[in-house]
Design a protein around this ligand. Structure first.
Ligand code: NAD
Length: 448
């Protein structure tokens, strides 16, 4: 069928009565900026700026993105219909280098969420000390029911809609929830077709065959494991034989689970969108991964008992890793947490109210905040970008050694800020990020 064939098909169901509820539901998203995640993140940035005495003009600039684009993405589905999806690309700050940030496909994506994530990216790259800014993108879509061809068409049309914003020197996307190396390959191919030549460095997290970096897929999960080990060392205990629970068993959760179990930890619980599984004697992660490879989800895994979301988060474990959605730990759950280390694989897993509780409990629970714990992904993305620009590729050993060194150095610098300002880990980490970005903004000056 031609892409332009809009004639109704005889086998299409009759058009139903227009529904006011559905219409109102669509417009619910016009309150995009009122997202709780965006407000929580901006409030955290604002109060942290005030604590370290950031110039008010710089602070105001940091509270909103530099640029935000909303696009509509019409896509021909396999059944011949055309669906229209809403997509975003938000560029928060590029004072330290080109914008950088993942692309999320999820049914809850909205402007506020993408903007909050873009803001977090700015400070994440700054904390890691890499010369990149902060951005984020996303499409409000549930990618799970889509066929491979539909996903490809969505990605290609989205790429064209944001084409003028991205590029190796401008803004470099990467995978996030619901997207992967294949998504980046389609994005890179579409961008290259539009430019008339291959531009591999327009994205990171692409397959190794077309210019991806060794170690990128596992980088975020491994980074979570490295910072967990650094936190345990800081607290004076050994991870060997200790327990960990992980919420989210996707890219970040699975690689964190693999790395921590190879370090001798007992992974007692994991979960995904289907539910959770728990075995107090420890799960055989390779066996769970084999099960998921054929069954997609952890649900009904035979060598464990089921566990719900709240019970998993509040398990009595040494380490808890949220590695799924944001906003999972509110004040109520924060009060019930029993872990010694909370290592945030996910972006924004703790609400502002949850964070207040955690601040009060900082002697009991050591937090490795998202912009430090999950920075491994953007660090190896940076390596991929550098390798791509030079067309010269590094070995897996070089990648993992450099990743480890950067993460360890960032962890130490956050501890220095924590000691210097006598504050909690999240505030200290954000202080470090804000300090670097605001100094760069002051040094560059105001245009014009
Ligand atoms: P993914 O899509 O690979 O996996 C997400 C996992 O979360 C899946 O297992 C899914 O089933 C599960 N999940 C979804 N809803 C859930 C729920 N309500 N309860 C329990 N589990 C649920 O995504 P990912 O790339 O692993 O990203 C996970 C988190 O890590 C996100 O917050 C993302 O922003 C963050 N992150 C990812 C990267 C990266 O490199 N992929 C880098 C930094 C941060």
């Amino acid at each position: 069928m031609s892409d332009h064939d809009n004639t109704p098909k005889s086998n299409e169901p009759p058009v139903s009565e227009p529904s006011i509820t559905e219409s109102l539901d669509r417009y619910r998203h016009s309150l995009e900026w009122e997202s709780k995640f965006y407000m929580d993140t901006a409030a955290l940035v604002e109060t942290t700026c005030d604590r370290i005495g950031v110039d008010p003009n710089i602070k105001n600039r940091l509270l909103t993105p530099q640029r935000a684009l909303i696009v509509s993405i019409p896509v021909r589905m396999d059944d011949g219909r055309v669906n229209n999806y809403i997509g975003y690309r938000v560029q928060h700050n590029n004072s330290l280098g080109p914008f950088k940030g993942g692309i999320r496909y999820h049914e809850e994506v909205n402007l506020g969420e993408v903007s909050a994530l873009a803001m977090l990216m700015t400070f994440k790259t700054a904390v890691a000390g890499i010369p990149l800014g902060g951005a984020k993108g996303g499409i409000r879509i549930d990618p799970r029911p889509l066929s491979r061809a539909e996903k490809q068409r969505v990605t290609r049309r989205y790429t064209v809609e944001i084409l003028n914003m991205i590029g190796p020197e401008q803004d470099i996307p990467a995978p996030d929830m619901g997207t992967d190396a294949q998504t980046m390959a389609w994005l890179m191919d579409t961008f290259s077709e539009m430019k008339g030549h291959a531009v591999p460095s327009v994205v990171t997290g692409k397959p190794i065959l077309i210019g991806g970096s060794k170690g990128r897929t596992e980088a975020t999960g491994y980074g979570v494991a490295y910072t967990t080990a650094a936190a345990a060392e800081h607290l004076g205990f050994d991870l060997q034989g200790k327990t960990v629970a992980i919420q989210g068993f996707g890219n970040v959760g699975t690689y964190a689970a693999r790395k921590l179990s190879s370090m001798g930890m007992k992974v007692v619980a994991v979960s995904d969108v289907s539910g959770g599984i728990y075995n107090p004697d420890g799960l055989d992660i390779n066996h769970v991964l084999k099960y998921v490879a054929t069954r997609t989800y952890v649900k009904d895994y035979p060598r464990a008992e089921p566990i719900n979301n709240t019970d998993l988060l509040t398990l009595d474990v040494d380490v808890l890793i949220p590695a799924a959605l944001g906003g999972q730990i509110d004040a109520d759950i924060a009060r019930k947490l029993k872990c010694r280390i909370l290592a945030e694989g996910a972006n924004g897993p703790v609400t502002a109210e949850g964070n207040e509780v955690l601040k009060a409990r900082q002697e009991e629970i050591f937090v490795v905040p998202d912009i430090l714990a999950n920075a491994g992904g953007v660090i190896v993305s940076y390596f991929e970008w550098v390798q791509g620009l030079q067309s010269f590729f590094w070995s897996a050993e070089e990648i993992s050694e450099r990743l480890f060194n950067i993460m360890e150095a960032a962890f130490r610098e956050c501890i220095n800020f924590k000691n210097k300002f006598q504050t909690d880990m999240r505030t200290a980490t954000l202080m470090l990020g804000i300090h670097r970005v605001s100094e760069a903004m002051l040094t560059r000056g105001l245009f014009p």
